[in-house]
Design a protein around this ligand. Structure first.
Ligand SMILES: NC(=O)c1ccc[n+]([C@@H]2O[C@H](COP(=O)([O-])OP(=O)(O)OC[C@H]3O[C@@H](n4cnc5c(N)ncnc54)[C@H](O)[C@@H]3O)[C@@H](O)[C@H]2O)c1
Length: 267
């Protein structure tokens, strides 16, 4: 199940956190993975770990806000591994601040990564995904990292929520556009609850700060209580959902939103 044998994937923001876990799980499931990030040393470490486990991977220096970087990433996938079947638009930023305090420069940076990055990745990878899709029963796949904050409002970061809401609907609109054009590319979004990564830790700091405290452990406990399943998420929880959406097991899914949040938004 959820096998990716013979597939080639490109994962943005794969140096750490959810992106790194996804790159590793996809390689374990049989895909060759292009690991893209601005954090070169950490991303190269992801590649080393994949190769040490017997998988195939390659590093590319990828700033998702730059069109040329995306073009180089697609070229590497095609030259090294022969094609591109899967794009995971994972790179993202979280500010964790009230919108009254955020500067225009900070906003532009957030939008550049969380929105421009997703659109550019989709735009630049479309031709390669379209070509690979014709050779596969259920086509190629894009998985976009949205968030629970792309489904309901966020108390901690309304601007992050605005960008993730954009990713949620861009996913659906892209699925419609590909369908209309006859491209065999499925596009789905995934919506994590609080996941224990660097960004997850940032949310505890934001929660503490916004309640006038430095107690991030207490903030983490509040976050935990919001998850009816009784624990916070780990990157592997989301990687499993990403592998599923990228695999032929999700062959009848496009334009949909997979919520992996331990019940956070069920209440
Ligand atoms: N952790 C959570 O609780 C959570 C919850 C919901 C959604 N998400 C989403 O999941 C995705 C991954 O989050 P994470 O928790 O692993 O975050 P993280 O901060 O641990 O990792 C994000 C990665 O993205 C990379 N990145 C940042 N800017 C980049 C750029 N311009 N170009 C290329 N790479 C860049 C970083 O270097 C880092 O490796 C994000 O889109 C995030 O919004 C996370």
């Amino acid at each position: 199940m959820n096998r990716l044998d013979g597939k080639v994937a490109l994962v943005s923001g794969a140096a750490r956190g959810i992106g790194a876990a996804s790159a590793k799980l996809m390689a374990e499931a049989g895909a060759a993975v292009v690991v893209g990030d601005v954090l070169a040393d950490k991303a190269k470490q992801t590649v080393k770990e994949i190769e040490a486990a017997g998988g195939k991977a390659a590093f590319i220096s990828l700033d998702v806000t730059g069109e040329r970087d995306w073009q180089a990433a697609v070229k590497l996938a095609e030259q090294r591994f022969g094609k591109l079947d899967i794009l995971v638009n994972n790179a993202g930023l979280f500010l964790g601040r009230d919108f009254e305090e955020v500067t225009l420069d900070e906003w532009h940076k957030l939008v550049a990564v969380n929105l421009t990055g997703v659109w550019l990745g989709t735009k630049v990878c479309t031709a390669a995904l379209k070509a690979a899709g014709t050779q596969s029963k259920h086509g190629s796949a894009i998985v976009n990292l949205a968030s629970v904050a792309g489904l309901v409002g966020s108390q901690l970061d309304p601007l992050y929520s605005m960008t993730k809401g954009g990713v949620t609907l861009f996913t659906k609109s892209t699925a419609l556009a590909y369908g209309r054009k006859g491209y065999k590319i499925r596009v789905n979004s995934i919506h994590p609850g609080v996941i224990q990564t660097d960004m997850g830790a940032q949310t505890f700091v934001a929660r503490a700060t916004q309640t006038g405290s430095n107690d991030t452990d207490a903030a983490k406990t509040v976050a935990l209580r919001g998850h009816p399943i009784g624990r916070l998420g780990v990157p592997e929880d989301i990687a499993a959902g990403i592998c599923f959406l990228a695999s032929d097991d999700a062959g009848f899914m496009t334009g949909s939103a997979l919520v992996v949040d331990g019940g956070l938004t069920a209440q």
